[in-house]
Design a protein around this ligand. Structure first.
Ligand code: ADP
Ligand code: MG
Length: 627
């Protein structure tokens, strides 16, 4: 065994964090303790899990965390008997950044101008490296649990390098020894340490002991035999006895989110299957959360053992933005992480939890609309994903929708409330889709059904077209796109009659128009749905829609433009005027020109431009000059 120390360099990213931690004026040095305790707790979790499969690791010893202040040596040691680290693990884990919190910290630092540094350190914690906020030298003694290899001592002053040296007599687990800076003596004080553990680490499920020195009071020595933390997992405690700060602290431990959660759900299910759950909604959304492969932040515990950190079997994929913990004693400890999905109890939990989560959302919509609006702004698209992916919950998810309408102004409306307020006999809800709701609010398509009489829904998110197609109807009312051709099925009796009547009265004219437009249109029809406009260009009912076309284009797939259908308003004066021309002078240029103008107007109203702008200009000029 060599007793030479290996000297290694920190990786660039780590170096950057260390420089910031050491050189900044920190406003939250306290958090170092919570970070070290949290690492110990993780190491104990790992060991407890390994004990399930490797009985040779099992023993009667208590899994624990010890905090040992030494006033003479001016050191503070945080010790655990968890998994420990091998020589290699020490070199990589403590020399590079694996930690998502630290990575997030670096990103936030790059975006800020450096002024926010102290706050950022406080919020992120930056893991192990926060030790250098209070210590000018840190040593880590560690030995891998169950290994025959000797342990090793890692040592660094937080500058460019660290060293690792093998050493005998290192116990299994890890001890972090902090050589405290001059002005950090407060962290040698038993009372102060106890206060910090209670404040930040009470939810840790292993006992944390604070060792007190000989010079301390007798009474305090008695104290040191008892753990400082309550250890009762926060998710099994009743909501009344836990403070908001404790929940928030736990959330940040879980999610590495620097912001407070928007809302939380504490739910204890009893009955055939019992489980505890504590779930949080983040108050902002990251782009990653929208990605289909984003990992859920739900941890699964079975009898105090963390079985899986990203247990995405517990909620449907579209609820992947929820963070939290689920614990059940009804699952076997030896359940495989891989086959969770096939487990019957897991499926029961998933079902109950999903229902509970959806009612959590609908309660929020009912009781705290302001908070709900924030929630929907961030995660509405994911609920919509649920509408097209989860048939069973479709109705419930639709109840949670917030929509813009032709009358909503700058405030979204609840779809459910809006529909409840509709006149009893309404069986159609009209909508249009596009990419900008302000543009949609002034779309000529609203005109087509009579803007004053009908409230039209405006959908401006790329996922809306998918969602609407799978939803089809809501509370027995059919959802109808004004951008698509009229479906005879959707017309009232009177409208059907009106259409039939128009087709008979204007049969010759209709043929004439079709001839004139030739293959510029797929069809020409009468639509009794039209109110204010003389005509409108719509797409085929099966057209996937413009938003879909654009989305496919970004994926380099071109979907050809569909040919449009020209719909005419049978009761508009323009039609009777055309009929008059048709009767009197159908062979002249006038009728032909008017039909062309009508079609070009349709294109302009649809947001396009006339096929031949010069010809269009000439026709309009002729019209204006009465020739
Ligand atoms: P994180 O805890 O998010 O992974 P940290 O910077 O806090 O990031 O810790 C870095 C890594 O160092 C941990 O992932 C772990 O592998 C290792 N480590 C730190 N403390 C301990 C410990 N007490 N026991 C075992 N491994 C540890
Ligand atoms: Mg950590």
């Amino acid at each position: 065994m060599s007793d030479r120390a290996r000297k290694l360099k920190f990786k660039t990213e780590t170096k950057k964090i260390l420089d910031i931690v050491i050189n900044s004026l920190y406003s939250h040095p306290d958090i170092f303790l919570r970070e070290l305790i949290s690492n110990s707790s993780d190491a104990l979790d790992k060991l407890r899990f390994m004990m399930l499969t490797s009985p040779e690791l099992a023993s009667d010893r208590e899994l624990r965390i010890d905090i040992i202040p030494d006033k003479d040596a001016r050191t503070l040691t945080v010790r655990d008997n968890g998994t420990g680290m091998t020589d290699d693990e020490m070199a990589t884990e403590l020399g590079t950044i694996a930690h998502s919190g630290s990575r997030g910290f670096i990103e936030a630092m790059d975006m800020s101008d450096g002024e926010k540094t102290p706050e950022l350190i406080g919020q992120f914690g930056v893991g192990f490296y926060s030790a250098f906020m209070v210590a000018d030298k840190v040593e880590v003694l560690s030995r891998k649990s169950g290994s025959d290899e000797p342990g090793q001592r890692w040592s660094s002053t937080g500058h460019d390098t660290f060293s690792i040296k093998q050493e005998d007599n290192i116990p299994e687990g890890t001890s972090i020894i902090l050589h405290l800076k001059e002005d950090m003596s407060e962290y040698l004080d038993g009372y102060r340490l106890r206060e910090l553990v209670r404040k930040y680490s009470d939810f840790i499920s292993y006992p944390v002991y604070i060792e007190t020195g000989e010079e301390e009071e007798k009474e305090e020595e008695e104290e040191s035999k008892k753990p400082v933390n309550t250890q009762k997992p926060i998710w099994t405690r009743s909501e009344e006895e836990v403070k908001d700060e404790e929940y928030n602290e736990f959330y940040s431990h879980l999610s590495f989110d620097i912001q407070k959660p928007l809302s939380r759900l504490v739910f204890h299910a009893e009955g055939t299957t019992e489980f505890y759950s504590l779930l949080f909604l983040p108050s902002t959304r990251t782009m990653e959360m929208l990605m289909p492969d984003y990992k859920t932040g739900i941890r699964l515990y079975v009898k105090k053992v963390m079985i899986k950190e990203e247990a995405d079997e517990l909620l449907p994929r579209y609820l992947r933005f929820i963070k939290g913990v689920v614990e059940s004693g009804d699952l076997p400890l030896n359940i495989s992480r891989e086959t969770l999905q096939e487990n019957r109890t897991v499926r029961i939990i998933r079902k109950a939890l999903t229902a509970k989560v959806l009612s959590w959302f609908s309660d929020m919509l009912e009781n705290d609309p302001e908070q709900y609006e924030k929630f929907f702004m961030n995660f509405g698209d994911l609920l919509k994903e649920g509408i097209y992916s989860d048939v069973q919950q479709r109705e419930k998810l639709a109840d949670l929708l917030m929509v813009w309408t032709s009358r909503s102004g700058d405030e979204r409306k609840s779809l459910r409330k809006l529909v409840e307020d509709l006149p009893e006999d309404t069986d159609r809800i009209f909508y249009i889709t596009g990419s900008d709701r302000k543009e949609l609010a002034s779309s000529p398509y609203l005109e087509s059904v009579g803007k004053a009489d009908v409230e039209v829904l405006l959908f401006d998110s790329p996922v809306d077209e998918f969602m609407l197609q799978s939803l089809g109807e809501y509370k027995g009312k059919k959802l109808i796109s004004l951008l698509k051709e009229v479906d005879i099925e959707d017309l009232t009796k009177a409208e059907k009659a009106e259409k039939k009547n128009a087709e008979e009265t204007y049969a010759g004219l209709l043929e004439y128009i079709k001839d004139q437009l030739g293959d510029r249109v797929e069809a020409v029809r009468f639509s009794p749905r039209l109110k204010d406009s003389p005509c409108i260009l719509v797409s085929d009912r099966n057209d996937p829609g413009e938003m879909f076309r654009q989305m496919m284009k970004t994926m380099n797939q071109e979907i050809p433009e569909a040919k449009k259908i020209l719909e005419l308003n049978p009761v508009h004066p323009v039609i009777s005027m055309l009929q008059e021309l048709y009767d009197k002078e159908r062979s002249g240029d006038r009728l032909k020109n008017y039909v062309n103008i009508l079609f070009d107007l349709g294109q302009i109203m649809a947001g396009g431009r006339p096929g031949d702008p010069v010809a269009f200009g000439k026709r309009i000029t002729d019209l204006l000059s009465g020739t």
